[in-house]
Design a protein around this ligand. Structure first.
Ligand SMILES: Cc1cc2nc3c(=O)[nH]c(=O)nc-3n(C[C@H](O)[C@H](O)[C@H](O)COP(=O)(O)OP(=O)(O)OC[C@H]3O[C@@H](n4cnc5c(N)ncnc54)[C@H](O)[C@@H]3O)c2cc1C
Length: 395
């Protein structure tokens, strides 16, 4: 451990001891969450690796990890957004100077976004999106349909992938925007999920407007911006954001052992082996996440993150399967009278969230095979032709 890491760790600890009350889980000045985040931003902890001129402190990888860990230990929010805030990172890497100044502080302060990427005809093949954004003076006019948009009903802004050029090949005719979501031209309809939750939506855009100044990157550069946005999302999912309702990773493993004790199967050698395997996968994934974070910190959109995301989906399916075996026939029960079974059934259905959202398991395997293992690229007959001539448009 270097001196500078120890120094930063001490500085963060002292700062948190002065400003954060772990008992109440609030800032000592007792303001709103937004006030707390303002405080974190002003101290340079929100994005420690960014330069001081951009809300940071110019810290290295290890120092940044130390900052994040200290905040985590006391449960204080807001640190390390240079690794996990999708809009802030996308704008920081590709946005104009004016957009950075205007919007990054809003996102560091907790403005909510939804991801307006997928469409009924464009999920895995995301570059086939057909929502159009036509420039009219200082604005773009947007028309089309998005689907599976998580959190649109609570969002302030949408990160929008839309087509601005129909004569360019499909990847080159896209642009990326930050669109205000609450406006007359946008209708949001909730979708009901198998788990009983309703986290995502259909979003209909009918002559919605977004200022040209809210474009991230150049016109036609949208696909490149998307790669950074998707890499940050994979990192979040690989770390287990899909488990929010299911507690921390450690809790999850402990609960496997707890269930084995409760069901008196802790002595079963086969199940013991499966529990040990689940724990080993988690440990392996944690190491992999460290590796991908290091690549990200060097500014690349690491394909290694696909391994983390794929591993997390395998872990969630695997845990649910072991829990189901532990419960045996009791897992067929459900509802409030059988909380254990209800929880396991929820986990079983919910595991698909990680293996589909943010790019399916099959797509992660394609990325790993092409970009990590160097295998030949998948054939794409429409990659170089003008998009308006592709089968996606002609049907
Ligand atoms: C919980 C959740 C949250 C989501 N949140 C959002 C969101 O906020 N914003 C957003 O824009 N989208 C969101 N999505 C959508 C998600 O990104 C898409 O569902 C996903 O990319 C798959 O696209 P699709 O549903 O169109 O399936 P398709 O692309 O039609 O795929 C169908 C099947 O074919 C397989 N397949 C397709 N192409 C290939 C290929 N080239 N090689 C091998 N197999 C292939 C897929 O793996 C899959 O099994 C979310 C999805 C989920 C489940």
């Amino acid at each position: 451990m270097t001196d500078s890491v120890d120094e930063i760790r001490k500085e963060v600890r002292d700062w948190l001891a002065e400003h954060w009350d772990a008992e109440t889980g609030k800032g000592r000045s007792a303001g709103s969450v937004r006030d707390w985040l303002d405080h974190v931003i002003a101290a340079g902890w929100a994005a420690p690796s960014w330069p001081a001129a951009y809300w940071g402190r110019g810290l290295g990888k290890e120092e940044t990890s130390a900052v994040i860990n200290e905040f985590r230990k006391v449960g204080a929010p807001g640190a390390g957004q240079d690794r996990g805030n999708i809009p802030a990172n996308s704008i920081m890497q590709f946005g104009s100077e004016a957009l950075k100044r205007r919007m990054i502080p809003e996102f560091l302060r907790g403005a909510q976004v939804c991801l307006l990427y997928s469409e009924p005809g464009a999920g895995s093949d995301l570059a086939a999106v057909q929502t159009r954004a036509d420039r009219k003076g200082d604005v773009y006019v947007v028309t089309g349909q998005k689907v599976w948009t998580s959190g649109a009903h609570k969002a302030d802004y949408g990160l929008l992938l839309a087509r601005t050029d129909w004569d360019a090949p499909k990847h080159d005719g896209l642009s990326f925007f930050i669109i205000p979501i609450r406006q007359a031209g946008i209708e949001i309809r909730p979708i009901n999920q198998i788990t009983g939750d309703s986290h995502f939506n259909e979003v209909f855009l009918d002559n919605a407007e977004v200022a040209a100044d809210n474009r991230v990157g150049e016109e036609g550069q949208g696909w490149k911006v998307m790669q950074t946005a998707l890499a940050v999302e994979r990192l979040i999912m690989g770390e287990g954001a899909g488990e929010r309702r299911q507690g921390s990773m450690k809790d999850n493993v402990v609960s496997l052992i707890d269930i084995a004790r409760e069901t008196r199967k802790i002595g079963d050698p086969v199940l013991r082996q499966e529990i040990a395997q689940a724990m080993a996968y988690r440990q392996l994934n944690a190491l992999n996440i460290i590796r991908s974070k290091q690549e990200m910190a060097q500014g690349s959109s690491s394909p290694i993150m696909s391994l983390g995301k794929l591993a997390m989906s395998r872990i969630l399916h695997g845990d649910a399967a072991v829990m189901t075996k532990l419960l045996g026939a009791a897992s067929m029960l459900d509802a409030d009278a059988n909380p254990r079974a209800a929880d396991v059934n929820y986990r079983t259905a919910n595991a698909f969230m990680t293996s589909i959202g943010g790019g399916t398991d099959q797509i992660q395997r394609n990325i790993i095979s092409e970009r990590v293992l160097g295998l030949p690229r998948e054939t794409e007959a429409d990659r170089t032709i003008p998009f308006r001539e592709s089968r996606a448009v002609k049907g």
